[in-house]
Design a protein around this ligand. Structure first.
Ligand code: ZN
Length: 81
């Protein structure tokens, strides 16, 4: 199972200059020397924290407050689940 690698059919990996739509730029290794991405580790919500999560949390909070006003008991039952 040990064949010599056919280097000619393998893409050569080079240092790629990656530019993200958020303005962040970094260098990684890829088959192209320049890449454009929409999210990177600098602006993805998963890494930055919260943008999306906070927005969702706010909506849920507002909804829960509205529910609590009218039907306090059932809301508590659901929340304590
Ligand atoms: Zn980015």
């Amino acid at each position: 199972m040990k064949k010599p690698m056919k280097t000619k059919i393998h893409p050569s990996y080079v240092a790629a200059h990656v530019r993200c739509t958020c303005g962040n730029e970094f260098v990684t290794r890829a088959t192209r020397d320049e890449l454009h991405v929409e999210v990177c580790s600098n602006c993805h919500p998963f890494y930055t924290g919260r943008q999306k999560l906070m927005d969702t949390g706010g909506r849920v909070e507002r909804f829960q407050r509205r529910v609590a006003k009218g039907r306090l008991h059932s809301a508590q039952t659901r929340a304590s689940k």
